[in-house]
Design a protein around this ligand. Structure first.
Ligand code: ADP
Length: 620
């Protein structure tokens, strides 16, 4: 035996003070119980001071402490004592609770050793108390905190192949505290599918590679309740082998549901603003867009919000400056801007007219923290407005022109008729006195006057075109017949051959349609090829909202570059060879436009022309 140990043991035996000092400084209570007289028990002073009592007042009786120990703990201790008496290898060691004199709980680790006689019969028990109240309180506090936060602990001891779940972990799984899990049952608590696959993978990887994990998964509790949990785990390695994995286990159902709900609401909100036919955005106090709808994204030419967040430099500096000033005024005054007409020019030069509204948004404390922008694209209305403005100027001008043409042509006819009369009179009355060559000049004058009269006449009818009357149902076939009768002299003279296809009944201004056919047919006869008898083909076909007609001839044709010009007033080709005023086709154009239609020509020089026109009055 070590000499110091021997010395200490001798010291203890010879000097009571030494033993007293040891037991008082290392223990919180010492007791010695007589099993043959169970009511007799000696307790040292520290035993009582630890429990808040004055040792001098406390009797050395077992009943003294049995009165203040928690009854359920006494039952456990008694059972344990009996087991220890029967079998010395069964430890007498448990934590029991005493009621302190001030009413609080004192947690005591109570250990005992049975002292036996020579026959092995237990006659005394020597016991020791250790006050573990501070640790217990801390533990309790931690459990309560964890319970409140619904955070539990778990551990897998790979050496002993055991799983540990803390109380809260068991509560979350809805299993009794006595439940003893194993790895397979623990994993089977996770919802089949994604959750179970993920946790299995995590466990595998943390064991194999020590890869820590932190995942949010769905659990199916023992009571078959679905629950979102957050599982965090890490490994403890020794000698390259994983010995233990452990971590926390948290019920995050409430947060997760709130999160899912929030996501749903966000999605709904996004869908809502995406479906609005206006540009919508939210800007923060730094005038940066933090939310945009689909329309705004498309306008900016960005694919997603992230792009806009990274770089929102879409406008030239002067435009940016105005925008910033507007934003600042909304933030500073809280006054919204409503429906302000604004021309926005982007860096790429595209111009858009918007009706802009900027509305301040307030946070929960009632302070402005952002603004809602709504921009309605009114470019097409602006363009229409501009067109209308131009059109109304044009219309006024056209009216003035027509008025002028009407007055001039009307007033011109009178002196012209007089002039014609005078010259005719001159020839008739004084023909005997007029030299032959002067007669020739007079004849020529008459001819010129006639031509001028025709011109004035046509000008007059052209200017009257806009003053047309009412639409009527009219059979185009009949109209054509009338025209052919009117033109019969010219038709016979030129030996014209006609082919007529189907012609419809249309809604139109009768006189005008007759004029239209007359102009086109007389042109087709007039611009015939010498030595080739004219053949004119007239037909029609149904088109959307009306009819398309064609008048085809085998005449001289029209040069490529002139096909549009000929529809303008006073524009004539072949002036030397053919008579005319250059008003006919302009009239035709005006007539078809009056019927919402158009007129155009296809032609091959020397082979003939086909004039097409449409009458689109069906929905009027
Ligand atoms: P005008 O017949 O009085 O000259 P129009 O306005 O009727 O005036 O026609 C304008 C021009 O278009 C004519 O001068 C002629 O050169 C050309 N043109 C019109 N119809 C035909 C046609 N069927 N074939 C060839 N040229 C044509």
């Amino acid at each position: 035996m070590n000499y110091l140990r021997k010395e200490l043991y001798d010291l203890i035996k010879s000097d009571d003070y030494i033993f007293d000092w040891i037991q008082a400084s290392s223990l919180d209570g010492l007791w010695y119980w007589d099993l043959e007289r169970m009511e007799e028990e000696w307790m040292n002073p520290k035993f009582w001071t630890t429990l808040g009592y004055d040792p001098a007042e406390m009797p050395h009786k077992a009943a003294a402490w049995q009165d203040i120990i928690f009854p359920e703990d006494l039952a456990i201790a008694t059972t344990n004592l009996q087991k220890h008496i029967a079998d010395p290898t069964h430890p007498y060691d448990q934590v029991v609770r005493y009621r302190h004199k001030n009413g609080s709980i004192v947690w005591i680790r109570c250990r005992g050793l049975a002292i036996r006689d020579q026959k092995g019969k237990a006659i005394r028990v020597l016991g020791a108390h250790t006050d573990i109240t501070p640790e217990k309180r801390k533990e309790q506090l931690l459990t309560e905190t964890n319970r409140a936060a619904r955070i539990g602990a778990w551990e897998i001891d790979l050496v002993n192949d055991a799983i540990y779940w803390s109380e809260v972990t068991k509560e979350i799984h809805e299993v009794p505290y006595s439940f003893v899990p194993d790895l397979a049952t623990a994993i089977n608590f996770y919802k089949e599918g994604e959750s179970r696959t993920i946790i299995s993978q995590c466990i595998e990887e943390v064991i194999a590679k020590g890869k820590a994990f932190d995942v949010e998964l769905q659990l199916l509790t023992a009571a078959k309740k679905e629950l979102w949990v957050r599982v965090i785990g890490q490994a403890e390695f020794y000698g390259g082998v994983c010995k233990r994995i452990f971590g926390t286990f948290q019920d995050i159902e409430k947060r997760k549901l709130a999160e899912i709900q929030l996501q749903k609401e966000r999605k709904f909100l996004q869908k809502l603003i995406d479906s609005l036919p206006v540009n919508v955005y939210v800007k923060n106090l730094a005038s940066r867009k933090i939310l945009v709808n689909k329309q705004e994204l498309a306008f900016l030419g960005a694919k997603e919000l992230a792009e806009v967040l990274k770089d929102d430099n879409y406008y030239p500096p002067d435009i940016t400056k105005i925008t910033l000033e507007e934003d600042r005024s909304v933030f500073a005054t809280g006054q919204p801007i409503i429906n302000k007409e604004t021309l926005t020019i982007k860096n790429d030069g595209t111009k858009t007219w918007f009706l802009i509204s900027k509305i301040p948004l307030f946070n929960e404390e009632g302070k402005i923290d952002s603004l809602l922008g709504i921009s309605y694209d009114i470019t097409k209305y602006k363009e229409a407005e501009e067109m209308l403005r131009k059109y109304s100027i044009l219309e006024t001008k056209t009216k003035e022109m027509e008025q002028f043409a009407y007055i001039v042509s009307h007033d011109l006819r009178e002196p012209l008729t007089s002039l014609q009369g005078y010259i005719t009179l001159l020839i008739e009355e004084f023909s005997a006195h007029i030299p032959e060559d002067a007669k020739y000049i007079l004849d020529f004058s008459i001819e010129t006057i006639n031509r001028m009269d025709a011109l004035v006449h046509e000008l007059l009818s052209h200017s009257r075109l806009s003053q047309v009357k009412e639409l009527a149902k009219l059979d185009c076939y009949k109209i054509l017949q009338e025209v052919l009768v009117d033109l019969s002299a010219s038709i016979l003279k030129n030996e014209v051959e006609f082919e007529v296809g189907k012609l419809p009944t249309i809604l139109a201004y009768p006189v005008k349609i007759k004029q239209l056919f007359q102009n086109l047919i007389s042109n087709a006869i007039k611009f015939r090829k010498k030595n080739v008898a004219p053949v004119i083909f007239i037909t029609s076909k149904k088109v959307d909202k009306g009819w398309q007609f064609q008048v085809k001839d085998n005449g001289i044709g029209i040069p490529e570059g002139e096909k549009e010009r000929i529809f303008q007033i006073f524009q004539r080709l072949n002036k030397e060879d053919y008579e005319g005023t250059g008003i006919g086709l302009a009239n035709c154009k005006k007539i078809v436009e009056l019927h919402n239609g158009g007129i155009w020509v296809t032609s091959k020089l020397g082979e003939g022309s086909t004039f097409y026109f449409t009458i689109l009055t069906e929905e009027i």
